[in-house]
Write a protein that binds this ligand. Structure first.
Ligand SMILES: [Ca+2]
Ligand SMILES: [Ca+2]
Ligand SMILES: [Ca+2]
Length: 466
């Protein structure tokens, strides 16, 4: 919770004080235009710096014209890259979920959760998965075995900090009218929240066959710490969301924040990666330059019953002042685990880095260079990954500060060899971005699908081929 003051990227900002600011300025949680690491950055040589123009690289993808899929008079938004806002099922149907803010004058915002399905005949009518309620967080989804699972949190600041996780399930591929009423997945007792406290927020969800997994950062009281500290928890279902386990810890309850958890699943393994503050050497709440964050990973076996690896540290800052690492996205395919996150290593603002394990999480190859090279005055943030066989897709947005007004564009790179080599980047918006942020990507054998948020609407673009 100490990062409430320090890190403007944290999710809770859009659930409390930052709500109205978020709507007006398009620069709240996840739109890190106010982040100190993103202002005034320049490349070392002062010249243009975009993603490398590599000879013989894979062709860049060509995208369909962006399609407005929310088409609502209310404010439609996406946030938080460690869960998926888009997925594609075995039939090829595409599923997107987002939040509709129905009353921007309220705090917490009165919102509802939306889902839309793109079947063989195109986009079907938008479905409301929840009623209108204050404090609904941004939904994330997973699909498998004919089921669609959408999870979100709800934050209620009064009379004390309190929140819960909710889940809506369709057993009929997300077609109209097939979602059941939302069930309460995790219902926290009210927690004792320190002044800028965080709560159960921003879950990530994965599904394989009958199994469904939800991870989230929950700052319920950790008895050994004597206070509330965010740690990563998991709940799981063996029967397609019918029944759920009690919350179990994934990160060590060490009195240092562990959060931004992402989850993927393969066979009976569950892969969880997150950002961890255990290496902090100073008080992050004071904005100390010594604040230290690193990326961590842990595998759980037997469908998440128990960890079968230690917590594996993926990042290590270079000598010198520690730097922030944040907000990863995990995908698993063809025996490999792929992880991308944003990092201030290099001293030139945020860039996206990528790591891979070729043995389902036991050993990891770590990058020497980022996968992005942003333009001067910009930052590369909020990566999400999707993988299909040896094909890996990465999307992110590049946020640029400008006296005439900040801009943001969604970019994409892909790999056909499991992440060894990558295409040059392409602009998913085909030049149509005004302030395009928070992309999410999904892949199927016949197409790759991206959604993103721009100007209070949700936009979709696709490219043929895996
Ligand atoms: Ca809208
Ligand atoms: Ca911890
Ligand atoms: Ca770091």
């Amino acid at each position: 919770m100490e990062q409430a003051l320090r890190n403007p990227l944290r999710p809770i900002r859009c659930l409390s004080l930052g709500l109205l600011i978020c709507l007006g300025a398009q620069s709240c949680d996840g739109d890190p235009s106010s982040d100190r690491g993103d202002t005034g950055v320049t490349t070392p040589d002062g010249g243009p710096s975009v993603d490398s123009d590599t000879p013989d690289a894979l062709p860049t993808r060509v995208w369909s014209p962006p399609e407005n899929i929310s088409q609502s008079p209310t404010y439609s938004d996406l946030r938080i890259n460690w869960g998926n806002s888009v997925a594609v099922d075995d039939s090829g149907a595409v599923h997107a979920t987002w939040r509709e803010v129905v009353d921007p004058q309220t705090s917490p915002l009165v919102s509802k959760i939306a889902h839309r399905r793109r079947g063989p005949s195109g986009w079907e009518p938008t479905q409301d998965l929840s009623g209108e309620a204050p404090g609904l967080g941004h939904p994330k989804l997973a699909v498998d075995a004919g089921h669609v699972y959408v999870v979100w949190h709800q934050y209620d600041p009064a009379p004390a900090g309190f929140d819960s996780l909710h889940l809506a399930v369709s057993a009929a591929g997300g077609i109209a009218g097939s979602f059941g009423s939302p069930a309460t997945l995790v219902d926290d007792a009210p927690v004792v929240v320190s002044p800028a406290g965080d709560l159960s927020t921003s879950p990530s969800i994965a599904a394989v066959d009958d199994w469904v997994y939800v991870v989230w950062s929950d700052d319920r009281v950790v008895p050994t710490c004597g206070t509330n500290v965010p740690e990563v928890y998991l709940v799981r279902s063996s029967d397609r969301g019918g029944g759920w386990s009690t919350p179990q810890l994934v990160s060590a309850p060490d009195c240092r924040s562990s959060w931004t958890p992402a989850v993927a699943a393969s066979d009976d393994f569950v892969h969880v990666a997150w950002t961890d503050d255990r290496h902090n050497t100073d008080d992050c709440a004071l904005g100390s330059a010594a604040c230290h964050e690193e990326e961590y990973y842990r595998r759980l076996a037997d469908h998440g019953a128990a960890p079968d690896t230690p917590e594996l540290r993926l990042t290590t800052d270079d000598p010198g002042p520690p730097v922030e690492s944040w907000a990863g996205s995990v995908a698993v395919s063809a025996g490999a685990v792929h992880y991308a996150w944003m990092d201030l290593s290099g001293g030139d603002g945020w860039e996206v880095y990528y790591a891979r394990s070729d043995d389902l999480g036991l050993g990891w190859s770590l990058p020497a260079e980022p996968l992005t090279h942003h333009a001067p005055g910009c930052g590369s943030v909020r990566p999400t990954l999707a993988a299909e066989g040896d094909v890996v897709h990465l999307v992110w947005f590049e946020l640029c500060t400008d006296a005439a007004g900040d801009t943001a564009t969604v970019f994409h790179r892909w790999s056909a060899d499991g992440g060894d080599t990558w295409s040059n980047r392409s602009d998913v918006t085909s030049g149509n971005a005004l302030f395009a942020v928070h992309p999410s990507v999904a892949v199927a054998p016949d197409a790759v699908h991206v959604v993103y948020n721009d100007q209070a609407e949700i936009w979709y673009a696709t490219s043929p081929g895996p």
